[in-house]
Design a protein around this ligand. Structure first.
Ligand SMILES: CC(C)(COP(=O)(O)OP(=O)(O)OC[C@H]1O[C@@H](n2cnc3c(N)ncnc32)[C@H](O)[C@@H]1OP(=O)(O)O)[C@@H](O)C(=O)NCCC(=O)NCCS
Length: 156
């Protein structure tokens, strides 16, 4: 982790974020969009975005990112309005090095600064690593959806 920097995403990170998403698709860990336009419009400049942070390696490669959005009326996961909605994506080649943990430190601070009382993470029920990661960050299960488990983090 010593060689990894966490900072807020910029528009010109779109290709780097897309490459993380594409690595996850190649590893069979993602099936949703993974192109640079999607990265820019959904994460970097996404509607209701509170913060999108990137983890940058020594050679300036983006190794992962984390997104925190406001849950607004009609949000796709039906998360309580006012809560945050989190998403985390780490390139598999950089997994289990503490990058997810470092990103969450920054996200948690942003949630607090924005007065977000709680953060929802909705994870595929068979995504063992995603479930274990959020549990390790202090999230706890509060509901089950079709094929997914939602965990909540109380910002306090
Ligand atoms: C899940 C994910 C975000 C974890 O990120 P990461 O940078 O590898 O996580 P960290 O190295 O910071 O791990 C922090 C803790 O989470 C838990 N954890 C992370 N990956 C784990 C795994 N594969 N198996 C079990 N526990 C895991 C551990 O408790 C770990 O602490 P430890 O390494 O000291 O035991 C990453 O693997 C990923 O992007 N997966 C694909 C996308 C995804 O599933 N996103 C989340 C659901 S939307």
């Amino acid at each position: 982790m010593d060689d990894v920097t966490i900072r807020e995403a910029r528009d010109n990170d779109a290709a780097g974020i897309a490459s993380v998403l594409q690595a996850l698709v190649a590893a069979d860990k993602r099936s949703k969009p993974s192109d640079a336009d999607f990265a820019l419009s959904y994460y970097i400049n996404g509607p209701h975005q509170i913060l999108c942070s990137v983890a940058v390696g020594a050679d300036a490669e983006i190794l992962g990112f984390q997104s925190l959005k406001h849950a607004t009326e009609g949000n796709p996961y039906e998360v309580k309005v006012g809560w945050g909605i989190i998403g985390t994506h780490i390139n598999p080649k950089a997994a289990r090095r503490g990058i997810g943990k470092a990103l969450f430190k920054v996200t948690q601070a942003a949630a607090r600064a924005h007065g977000v009382p709680a953060i929802d993470a909705t994870i595929g029920a068979r995504n063992a690593e995603g479930l274990a990661y959020y549990e390790a960050m202090g999230f706890r299960e509060y509901r089950r959806l079709d094929g997914a488990i939602s965990k909540v983090f109380q910002v306090g």
